[in-house]
Design a protein. Structure first.
Ligand code: PMP
Ligand code: GLU
Length: 391
């Protein structure tokens, strides 16, 4: 008999949809994969070269659990330069992807009886990781006509004496929206007054459009920094999803606890991936602009097209690489929910995307536009036709 915790969660629906789309492609079906949040760009050459060099130099042994010193120092410099945050080496830990960083945080901070506030819609792994660590997720709904922002009154209303932490994600997966400084300040005020931790997932920090600004909640003052665990990683900013490098800057006691957990679970992240990560953070950064320019073109085209479809509406996202259209206008006849719609579009239009209910809101679907503009054009046409048949 399996452990009880396994029954509390489902496999990651984003990864499940990606696997399904890839399976169909392998069978020769012409599927457009809007499913997974993964840049379609290759990792830049200079980063690959750093890994090859590390391999050739025999850098193939265990490293310190929480990451090699040159990588910790590069992360410290990144936090200083990008976020105005000063951390020491004891306040940094490198893990096997930001998902693993988040899991270590959950292991270090959450336990039976703890409540963790998660604004919804949310990224799929937040509630699952809370549940796997015997704590209770508390969802606070946010609304499309309010740009899916968590408002201070709503946060305040969800806090009890059991609240341990808030998980904040800006720019957001799945909405693609970014918190403005004022909104972050208002959240910080409530969090500080109640003494709860903020886990700030900033993995999409570099993917901003129009005049969006990234503000790390930890940068709002020493008091807030002492209660914030900042999560970041290289998967999105440097197209390094497969390398599995994520990292955290946070209070020394939390980082120490995470390092202890990591020492008994995975040990260090892969040695050569760490060498590549040093190059990613300290080498040339022009790749980012190339990727952003392309994402921006796709974003404008895709959202424009979605809004021209009679039964859909989509807020213009200003971060990450997701569009989150409202699909409730489609529901009624053949299709009555986001899951049914995702299945219908996969069958009828050969377009893979993730239903909103996976993110806690059934009125939406998530489209990852980290795929070529040709594919986006093809998918848009097919979606339009398929929706025409049911509305
Ligand atoms: N946080 C968010 C919001 C994400 O979308 C992802 C995507 N995978 C992650 C964390 C984890 O990224 P990774 O484990 O690849 O670093
Ligand atoms: N974060 C990405 C997504 O939301 C990658 C898949 C995952 O790790 O869940 O699609």
């Amino acid at each position: 008999m399996l452990a009880d915790r396994v029954r509390r969660v489902k496999p990651s629906p984003t990864l499940a949809m990606d696997a399904k789309a890839k399976e169909m492609k392998a069978r020769g079906e012409d599927v457009v994969n809007f499913g997974v949040g993964e840049p379609d760009f290759d990792t830049p050459e200079n980063i690959k070269e750093a890994a090859v060099k590390a391999l050739r130099d025999g850098f193939t042994k265990y490293t310190p659990v929480g990451g090699i010193l040159p990588l910790k120092d590069a992360i410290i410099e990144k936090f200083r330069a990008d976020n105005g945050l000063e951390y020491s080496r004891e306040e940094i830990i490198v893990s096997c992807g930001a998902k693993h960083s988040l899991y270590n945080i959950a292991q270090a901070l959450f336990g039976p009886g703890d409540e963790v506030i998660i604004p919804s819609p949310y990224w799929v792994s937040y509630p699952a990781q809370v549940l796997l660590n015997d704590a209770t997720p508390v969802f606070v709904k946010t609304f499309e006509d309010d740009s899916f922002m968590l408002r201070p009154e709503a946060l305040e209303g969800a806090i009890t004496d059991k609240t341990k932490a808030l998980i904040l994600n800006s720019p957001s997966n799945p909405t693609g929206l970014t918190y403005e400084r004022k909104a972050i300040e208002a959240i910080a005020e409530v969090a500080l007054r109640h003494g709860i931790y903020v886990i700030s997932d900033e993995i999409y920090e570099k993917l901003l459009y129009d005049d969006a600004e990234h503000v790390s909640i930890a940068s709002l003052g020493k008091e807030m920094k002492d209660k914030t665990v900042v999560v970041n990683g290289l998967s999105k900013s440097h197209a390094m999803t497969g390398w599995r490098i994520g990292y955290v800057g946070g209070p020394a006691d939390v980082v120490k606890a995470m390092t202890k957990v990591q020492s008994q679970s995975t040990s260090n992240p892969t040695s050569i991936a760490q060498a590549a990560a040093v190059e990613a953070l300290t080498g040339p950064q022009d790749f980012l602009q190339t990727m952003l320019t392309e994402f921006d073109k796709r974003r404008k085209y895709l959202v424009g097209e979605l809004n021209s479809m009679p039964s859909l509406s989509c807020v213009m996202p200003n971060g990450a690489f997701y569009a989150f259209p409202n699909t409730s206008g489609v529901y009624g006849g053949k299709v009555r929910s986001s899951s049914e719609l995702a299945l219908y579009l996969l069958d009828e239009a050969k377009v893979a995307l993730v239903p909103g209910d996976a993110f806690g809101d059934d009125d939406f679907i998530r489209i990852s536009y980290a795929t070529s503009i040709e594919d986006i054009k093809k998918a848009v046409e097919r979606i339009n036709q398929a929706l025409g048949k049911i509305s």
